[in-house]
Design a protein around this ligand. Structure first.
Ligand code: KIV
Length: 511
């Protein structure tokens, strides 16, 4: 019988905890709703103990999500598990995911725990988690570098204490597909109570093998795969959901498994995560890269015209890629705009919708043709409730210098203006922002990136600004037909995000 593979998405936990990927509660909710609509089985919504912001995000997702199991990560510590239990309380189906290392290198050098102490902790903490929910996942951090015999004892203890899912992660992305298959086969065959739990794999991509390793785990009996949209995550990232799901689909006969993922949602989720995090995937990224379905060479184009199957192993439609549609113009109304957003997988509250619609009208006045990509950039990244708002900018630039920027902002409801000189118009604009918001002047600019959203000289420029302050990295993003306006807005967006994270300290490191 065809096995059902559980898709456990950790975009909002492992994905979000990597540099520059922080998301606000509202952004996390948008992604969670998208994941739920796509048919993800488990959403790891965050790490409730990490901060009040994380707790609130997990709690809000647990309150709103209708279908998926909502999960919080917790270290093997009483306070973590209690906090995770509180955070998932409103969920229709909630899971606590607790973990502890099992490898000698971690136990000796990081945690300074003996193996017997680890076994006791596993038993106590899994039992504690079971007081909050029947659905408890236990992970053996650094499983791939653990002594197999000890790993088996730890798994047995976790299952005996009530863990219903056992995750064997390749925490440092060290394993090869053969190692992963061997680990799953050994543990499943040696642990006497192995049949009482579902086995899961969590792969990191340090050697570019996360997807291959996940597929090896499935072949060796894993019933759950942990992954993220676009493969975001610690260091080189995690297994990309879109890759593992499409591999299982395209090669269904070889795996004889199925997932519950509605693959046509993949592109929208990928774009949403790119838009929120400001991290674009590379053009040749499997499944979701801009070139993933582009055929350039003459011989390939010839074949495609004769039969798509000559060079396409899956259709672009199967992952939700439709031709970039010419959409509405300046006469289009609110209703059509809302429908378009729905097609693109975007659901906005009334205020955010109104704000996006105003931006759409302003863009339609300046730009003749508006494409799906343009619409996606209109979703106000700064948020209408932000403290710092862009009002107006005019810039003097050109070969004669000096370049100056005159900027007006709304700060806490007060309109303030300033003119600054700089080494070029972008520098002048950013200096003007720093002069109006001196409390953030020390935020360090890590990245300033500009790219055209579509083709043509009237294309919108999409600007990404990454700032770093006290160890926290945030990404701001905006688009406009005027590159400097987009730059100012992207910088202000980053500052607003920095503010929303001031309370949010990642106390912990995991995964
Ligand atoms: O990489 C890892 O080991 C993790 C665990 C917490 C699952 O993220």
């Amino acid at each position: 019988m065809t096995r059902r593979i559980i898709i456990f998405d950790t975009t909002l936990r492992d994905g979000e905890q990597s540099p520059g990927m922080s998301m606000t509660r509202e952004e996390k909710l948008r992604v969670a709703h998208g994941l739920d609509a796509m048919g993800v089985d488990v959403i790891e919504a965050g790490f409730a103990m990490a901060s009040d912001g994380d707790f609130e995000a997990v709690h809000a997702i647990a309150s709103e999500i209708k279908h998926a199991v909502v999960c919080s990560l917790a270290r093997a510590k009483r306070a973590d598990i209690e906090r995770a239990g509180e955070a998932i309380k409103p969920a229709k189906r909630g899971r606590i995911h607790t973990f502890i290392s099992t490898s000698d290198i971690h136990l000796e050098h990081q945690f300074r725990l003996s193996k017997d102490e680890v076994l006791t902790i596993i038993t106590d903490m899994v039992k504690l988690a079971r007081r909050y929910t029947d659905d408890v996942e236990w992970s053996a951090m650094d499983a791939t570098r653990s002594d197999m015999e000890f790993l088996c004892r730890a798994v047995e203890a976790a299952i005996a204490a009530g863990a219903t899912t056992i995750n064997l992660p390749d925490t440092v992305g060290y394993g090869l597909p053969g190692d992963i298959a061997h680990m799953f086969t050994t543990v499943r065959n040696s642990v006497p109570n192995a049949d009482k739990a579902i086995f899961s794999f969590h792969g990191q991509n340090d050697l570019g093998l996360a997807t291959a390793n996940s597929l090896a785990a499935v072949l060796a009996g894993a019933g759950q795969i942990e992954c993220t949209i676009n493969g975001i995550g610690e260091r080189a990232g995690n297994t990309a959901l879109e890759e593992v799901v499409m591999a299982l689909n395209v090669r269904a006969r070889d795996f004889d498994v199925q997932t519950g993922i509605k693959t046509e949602h993949i592109m929208n989720l990928s774009r949403l995560v790119q838009q929120i995090t400001g991290q674009n995937v590379q053009v040749n990224k499997a499944i979701v890269g801009a070139n993933a379905f582009a055929h350039e060479s003459g011989i390939h184009q010839d074949g495609m015209l004769k039969h798509r199957g000559t060079y396409e192993i899956m259709t672009p439609e199967s992952v939700g890629l439709t031709k970039s549609n010419l959409v509405m113009g300046k006469h289009s109304g609110r209703h059509a705009f809302k429908d378009k957003l729905k097609d693109l997988g975007i659901a906005l509250g009334d205020n955010a919708l109104e704000d996006a619609f105003t931006r759409f009208k302003a863009l339609a006045d300046k730009k003749k043709e508006i494409f799906d990509e343009d619409i996606l950039t209109l979703i106000d990244p700064a948020g209408h409730q932000a403290r710092l708002k862009f009002v107006a900018l005019s810039v003097a630039c050109g070969s004669q210098g000096p370049q100056t920027a005159s900027l007006t902002m709304d700060i806490d409801g007060t309109t303030r203006s300033i003119t600054q000189e700089g080494n070029g118009p972008v520098d002048a604009t950013f200096r003007a922002i720093r002069a109006l918001v001196p409390e953030h002047a020390s935020a360090h600019l890590l990245l300033y990136q500009v790219q055209a959203v579509t083709r043509g000289t009237d294309a919108q420029a999409e600007v990404i600004v990454r700032l770093e302050h006290e160890g926290r990295q945030v990404t701001g993003r905006d688009a406009d037909v005027d590159t400097l306006v987009a730059s100012a807005r992207a910088y202000i967006h980053a500052l607003n995000r920095l503010e929303s994270f001031t309370q949010r300290t990642h106390l912990l490191e995991a995964g």
